[in-house]
Design a protein around this ligand. Structure first.
Ligand SMILES: Nc1ncnc2c1ncn2[C@@H]1O[C@H](COP(=O)(O)OP(=O)(O)OP(=O)(O)O)[C@@H](O)[C@H]1O
Ligand SMILES: [Mg+2]
Length: 460
């Protein structure tokens, strides 16, 4: 299924707002179409009869329908933006939830910057699609069909000639957008490359500084940034071409209507007011047709972004609770590895046939050359990865038969590279044990030799 259609399914739960937006759109198109007709009436009835009252009445009607049109425009913009923001909100939450729950092996393969760019830039282009493109396209369809009917009713002969311009204009818009589309994909990808570069520079800032590599990093960033800039400028040139080209086509249609319509008026087959109304309708088309290229682009962009988002949302975590998983009851910590083998990529073996036992209270140290698999052994115990063969038990429970949450709650880990969240010292120490009593946290800080240093801060 195309990603844009799947995106629309996210809108379904907000059907009330959708109904509101649709009503507003219909109203907007209706009142837009009413104004040229009223002006035509003013000329034909008011002017022809020399009746000032009719003129004043019709002028009032023009103002009134413009006000109502404004109200509908407000309702349409507000409700469609509401829906779009709401879906963006839902998508961000869904992405965050997914990223939190995907396994370590997924994160080994994924780049942080690339994931961040999906949660931000891609969600944003989806929001644009929902708030501008969907309403824009419905608007064009409504206006086009309305205008078509009205024009044919006014003068079918004239309508045939002028409306021939519409397919040409639409064709030009489509042609331009087909050039723009691949260039959008490239921009989006380059954006992800730059985000990754930036994220890695920030995460590795100490290493960069330690080796005095700032000039090279800067040059690298400049290079990526320049590439993005060049792509955007090219894009802007293509887009800038779009509007004048379509405006030219529409003004040619207007000129043709004036010429042919004028002849109809002179020969008495069309009234002056109807000609004015007719040209007014044509003018109504200028904006939507001019935006057609932009709209198609937005759809193409949302399709690319939507696919990137759904790829992520559809990714399955390799570590999941078994359907019949039980809660791991409080354990004493009797750990057994039974003929355990493991490989990160299912090709190069990292552990082969490891059997070991650690009894409660026992301190076990693993010694070995770097890269021999010591850290890997410890990562298997909390099920950050699953063994490829054999099994691991704690107090006799196979760790794949208990829920991941109940397993990890009973394991304490000190990782090789500590990570601090932007939170208080208290929260960082008590991470994973939110309800730990304060004395216990202080005790932990004392044991770690951090207490004095913490107390040296003004607010501890
Ligand atoms: N996330 C990973 N993805 C793929 N391969 C990995 C991953 N982590 C480690 N490896 C590989 O698995 C092997 C064992 O790595 P491990 O980190 O367990 O070694 P170690 O004994 O802890 O080394 P050190 O003494 O350097 O800490 C190495 O060849 C390493 O390159
Ligand atoms: Mg290690």
């Amino acid at each position: 299924m195309p990603a844009v259609l799947r995106l629309l399914s996210f809108v379904r739960s907000y059907w009330r707002q959708v109904v509101l937006a649709t009503l507003a759109m219909v109203g907007l198109a209706g009142f837009s179409l009413l104004v040229p007709w009223l002006i035509g009436r003013a000329i034909d009835i008011g002017l022809a009869a020399g009746s000032l009252t009719t003129l004043v009445l019709l002028a009032g009607a023009v103002v009134l329908s413009t006000v109502l049109r404004g109200l509908c425009a407000f309702g349409q913009t507000y409700s469609s933006e509401w829906i779009a923001q709401r879906v963006a909100y839902d998508l961000r939450n869904a992405i965050y939830d997914r990223v939190q729950n995907l396994s370590f092996s997924f994160h080994d393969r994924a780049q942080t910057g690339e994931l961040m760019s999906r949660a931000t830039a891609d969600v944003e282009s989806v929001r644009w699609f929902l708030s501008f493109a969907v309403t824009g396209i419905v608007q064009i369809v409504l206006l086009l069909s309305g205008i078509l009917v009205l024009m044919v009713r006014l003068n079918s002969h004239l309508a045939l000639v002028t409306l021939a311009f519409i397919p040409v204009a639409v064709g030009v818009a489509l042609r331009i957008s087909s050039v723009l589309r691949p260039s959008w994909t490239r921009i989006q990808e380059q954006m992800a490359v730059m985000t990754t570069f930036l994220q890695e520079s920030l995460a590795g800032i100490r290493i960069v500084r330690a080796f005095a590599r700032e000039p090279e990093r800067l040059a690298g960033f400049r290079n990526e940034n320049e590439h993005l800039h060049a792509l955007q400028v090219r894009q802007a040139r293509l887009q800038a071409l779009n509007a004048p080209l379509l405006a030219l086509l529409l003004s040619m249609a207007t000129a043709a209507s004036l010429w042919l319509g004028g002849r109809e008026v002179i020969e008495g087959r069309l009234s002056v007011g109807d000609l004015v109304a007719y040209i007014g309708y044509l003018g109504l088309l200028t904006m939507p047709v001019r935006r057609l290229g932009f709209l198609i682009n937005t759809v193409a962009r949302a399709e690319a972004s939507g696919r990137r988002i759904f790829d992520l949302l559809d990714a399955e975590s390799e570590i999941r609770d078994a359907p019949d998983a039980i809660e791991l009851p409080p354990v004493t910590g009797h750990v057994r590895f039974e003929h355990v083998s493991f490989s990160y990529d299912r090709r190069a073996p990292v552990l082969t046939d490891i059997t070991l036992e650690a009894r409660p209270g026992e301190v076990v140290a693993l010694l070995g050359a770097t890269g021999s698999g010591k850290s890997t052994i410890t990562l298997l115990l909390p099920r950050f990865y699953d063994v490829t063969a054999g099994r691991i038990t704690i107090d006799g429970y196979d760790i794949r038969q208990v829920t991941v949450r109940s397993l990890r709650r009973q394991i304490g880990i000190v990782l090789q590279d500590p990570f601090l969240f932007s939170a208080t010292i208290r929260d960082n120490i008590a991470y994973g044990m939110e309800d730990a009593p304060f004395e216990q946290i202080v005790q932990a800080a004392k044991l770690a030799g951090a207490h004095d240093f913490i107390m040296s801060f003004r607010e501890g």
